[in-house]
Design a protein around this ligand. Structure first.
Ligand code: SAH
Length: 667
């Protein structure tokens, strides 16, 4: 079989076709040169061209008409989306991505005389050259590379900006005066092989050339309104598997503390650098082509006022695979938490989601319910406009701030009242307008206590009300060290292994595993677990505690040793960097030989976003380190809050840190 290859009829294009086909061994092929619309219309400057398929249309049509099997294009000329019926079968490796300068006497850009004529074909090149040398005369240029070079050497123009890859392909590199510091199209230097959709033969033939197999995939993921409870399973899976996550505001970043991926904040909050959309696109693209699995995490749903479409197009037009994972948009979260029916049988039969970003162009669709996003700062104007448009002044408006988060607040009012400007609306907020949006049976959910849990587990507190989980400790395993090896060396001499917490179990066993050992090396030791939780974690590893001591204080373990006259003197205790020495020291006083080892560290998580404590009713502390970190972040506990502390050690820490006066009480 002879493969029919179309390319443009220029020397460069033919060289490109040769370059690709030379890499496909053992096939016969014939070249069909064709002039594209752009080749036939040299009078149209690229600065004015608006046809996306200026250089490709005729070639692609040849494939669709079955006059050719493949077309070989400069990748940056390929239109997005590709014409129906065609697909890319290979994107080749980049030959060179830079733009270079050609000038008559090899002057560099800085050496060109003021007013010198410099030719560039594309608007982006012209703009960047203007930035670098505003004093030059910039002119349009078209035609083949040979024709363009001729204009430099015959004196018509003084210099020319051209793609390095083009000169290389035509073996004209000796004319390069310098490589220019300008930004080029990401696909410049790559070639694209296009075939008819589903042409498996072409696909497998060109697959070895296709660099996309080394690209990572990008997931545009909706995080929901802020609370990770509302993430989809698919989103969780993508987050788990990601190498890198780009995230922005409107989501609970503390959730990300436990993910393994590299985290890049690209939001616009506070003093942090605000990234432009272009920069964000570029970073995501770079990560994907470097082979990383990328998650772009967005508040709510990516396709609702989330610029998901732009990011999708940017990546897809550069042949990066993108998958969109929907999220719960904030309007739906607000409807759920506030029990607002956005539709109601026979009464409210339509709902629309609108932006109020520009109140002068406020969309007022003719639907029974309207939800406005981005309207917090202009709420009164929005209400006025709605009244002017003919909505009744007593139409119900429910404003929901921070839906789904611990700071959620709602305001139930009317258009008239909102228009008066007397209400304060805090961002982020949704403004929901409609005659039938009042909650079913006026049953606004009854007020529950809000309980802020600062420790890693929320289970013990869930019965008390609505749990807001902001862990203030992060557990980090340490690396195996010399001390661990010493313990292992004498492991068979220990009579007692004391696990002080579930983390000491998890991390000690994991450390052993890292050095290819397991619990059997403690052949003679009996196991003591402090607290039932610790014992139940041991059971997960099929280890049974011989003794379980109370976890209220270190006296539990001392009692155990005193009351049961435990024999055997050698004790080993894996614990954390913050574990107090009280218990080991008491045991030493009793004549035991005690070794300890730090197997995990308790650290303050990065990026903790403090919760608004005025909205909180109860705070739960699980450990002294949580207390210390609380003090660092919140400084004090407001008087209206009740405090729960686990065990005496944690209670004492609260007093020591001055967080509670002595006469106050702890549950
Ligand atoms: N993609 C997001 C919307 C981003 S636009 C989504 O699907 O929800 C930003 C606007 O969304 C904010 O101005 C606000 O109107 C709304 N918004 C986002 N999160 C919110 C929340 N938790 N509570 C109320 N409004 C929220």
């Amino acid at each position: 079989m002879k493969i029919r290859v179309v390319a443009r009829n220029s020397r460069l294009s033919l060289a490109q076709a040769q370059e690709v086909m030379a890499k496909i061994k053992g096939v016969d092929w014939k070249l069909i040169p064709l002039a594209s619309y752009g080749d036939k219309h040299l009078e149209i400057p690229l600065t004015e061209n608006t046809m996306p398929d200026f250089f490709t249309k005729e070639l692609d049509e040849a494939i669709l008409n079955d006059e050719a099997d493949i077309a070989i294009h400069s990748a940056k000329d390929v239109p997005y989306p590709l014409p129906q019926g065609l697909e890319l079968v290979a994107l080749t490796e980049c030959l060179a991505n830079a733009d270079v300068l050609v000038s008559r006497r090899k002057e560099k850009l800085s050496q060109l005389k003021p007013g010198a004529k410099i030719a560039c074909s594309s608007p982006s090149r012209q703009e960047q050259i203007r930035q670098l040398r505003p004093d030059l005369e910039i002119v349009d240029i078209r035609g083949t590379i040979d024709q363009r070079l001729a204009r430099v050497f015959n004196g018509e123009i003084d210099a020319l900006v051209v793609a390095e890859c083009a000169l290389k392909r035509l073996e004209l590199e000796e004319f390069i005066a310098e490589t220019l510091p300008i930004k080029t199209h990401p696909l410049q230097g790559h070639l694209a092989v296009v075939a008819r959709v589903g042409n498996a033969q072409m696909k497998s033939l060109f697959y070895p050339l296709d660099i996309r197999k080394n690209y990572g995939k990008v997931y545009l993921v909706g995080f929901g309104p802020g609370n990770p409870d509302l993430l989809t399973l698919r989103a969780l899976q993508a987050i788990d598997e990601a190498d890198i996550i780009f995230y922005d505001d409107l989501l609970d970043a503390s959730f990300l503390l436990n993910v393994e991926a590299e985290l890049v904040y690209v939001g616009k909050r506070r003093d942090k650098h605000a990234f432009e959309q272009d920069e964000i696109n570029e970073m995501i693209y770079r990560a994907a082509i470097a082979g990383k699995q990328v998650v772009r995490l967005k508040g709510g749903d990516p396709m609702i006022f989330g610029r998901g479409g732009e990011e999708y197009d940017f990546l897809a037009s550069k042949f990066v695979q993108v998958e969109i994972i929907p999220g719960i948009t904030s309007a739906l979260a607000a409807a759920a938490t506030q029990a607002i029916p956005l539709t109601r049988r026979e009464l409210a039969r339509s709902v629309s989601f609108c932006t109020a970003h520009d109140p002068n162009h406020l969309p007022i669709p003719n639907t029974d319910t309207i939800v406005y996003y981005m309207g917090a700062h202009n709420a009164p104007i929005i209400a006025q406009k709605l009244i002017e448009s003919g909505k009744k002044t007593d139409t119900t408006v429910i404003i929901v701030e921070s839906a789904g988060s611990e700071n959620e607040r709602s305001i139930n009012t009317t258009l008239q009242n909102l228009a008066s400007g007397s209400l304060t609306v805090n961002s982020p907020a949704l403004i929901i307008v409609g005659e039938h949006i009042n909650p079913t049976n006026n049953a606004t959910p009854s007020k529950q206590n809000k309980i802020l849990v600062t420790s890693s587990s929320t289970k013990p507190y869930e019965h008390l009300g609505k749990v807001i989980h902001k862990p203030l400790i992060q557990i980090k395993e340490v690396d195996p060290n010399e001390q661990l090896l010493q313990i292992i060396h004498k492991a068979d001499q220990y009579n007692w292994l004391i696990f002080t917490s579930r983390w000491s179990v998890v991390h000690f066993l994991s450390l052993l595993n890292k050095v290819k050992k397991d619990i059997r090396i403690f052949a003679k030791a009996q196991i003591i677990a402090i607290g039932k939780n610790t014992a139940s974690v041991l059971e997960k590893y099929h280890l049974h505690a011989d003794w379980i001591a109370s976890d209220e204080s270190s006296s539990g373990i001392i009692d155990l040793f005193m009351n049961h006259s435990l024999v055997g003197k050698n004790v080993f205790i894996p614990h954390s960097n913050l574990s107090p020495n009280t218990m080991p020291n008491l045991l030493r006083k009793m004549g035991y030989q005690v070794d300890t080892l730090v197997v995990y560290e308790n650290v303050l998580p990065e990026n903790v976003q403090p919760v608004d404590l005025s909205e909180i009713d109860i705070i739960a502390f699980g450990s002294p380190s949580g207390v210390k970190n609380f003090k660092k972040i919140y400084k004090s506990i407001p008087a209206h809050i009740q405090v729960i502390a686990k065990g005496d050690v944690t209670k004492n820490a609260l007093y020591e840190q001055g967080l509670l006066p002595f006469d106050d009480w702890v549950i």
